[in-house]
Design a protein around this ligand. Structure first.
Ligand code: NAG
Length: 157
């Protein structure tokens, strides 16, 4: 007779394959995973704004699997408008981080905004190849994205 807990574990494993696994977040105050209207997982970055005319954001992440150059690009979009920042209507800057594929969601390893480190975390661990899947291999891909914006200086009145 088969052990019930074994069947449960097997079912849990089958369910986890095919649906995206959400990695742990090293800095929940500055980063979260959200789902877009098409159920795609993307990242949301929120960092404080200190009245600087230049904003430089650099994000590093690590994801399970091997992905070529064209598939390892994350895309950063600034969601807060420059007008809101200049007029003091927003004290945080919000960015959207889009991932290259959905079946492997990257884990954030670093967020640096205007030279200040807001997030630092370990990369995805390398796994031993699965002995029940001959030819399977383990790989981790590192990813990097930056976004720069400069505001025109405010004209003296
Ligand atoms: C982020 O990735 C870039 C490009 O691979 C690398 O030059 C940089 O040192 C990394 N930064 C951190 C903080 O890991």
């Amino acid at each position: 007779m088969m052990d019930k807990s074994f069947i449960f574990l097997l079912a849990a494993f089958v369910c986890s394959v095919g649906s995206a696994h959400i990695p742990t977040i090293p800095c929940p105050n500055y980063f979260r995973y959200v789902s877009d209207p098409y159920q795609n997982i993307e990242g949301l970055i929120l960092v404080p704004y200190y009245q600087t005319p230049e904003l430089l954001l650099a994000v590093n992440a690590s994801m399970k699997g091997f992905f070529g150059q064209e598939n390892s690009n994350m895309q950063l979009t600034m969601l807060t408008t420059a007008t809101d920042l200049i007029q003091g209507l927003s004290t945080i800057v919000k960015y959207k981080l889009q991932f290259p594929v959905q079946d492997s969601i990257p884990q954030i390893t670093s967020i640096i905004f205007n030279g200040q480190q807001f997030c630092t975390g370990p990369p995805v661990p390398m796994e031993a190849p699965n002995p029940y899947m001959p030819g399977s291999s383990s790989a981790v891909t590192n990813m990097y994205a930056t976004h720069t914006s400069r505001f025109a200086p405010v004209q003296p009145q």
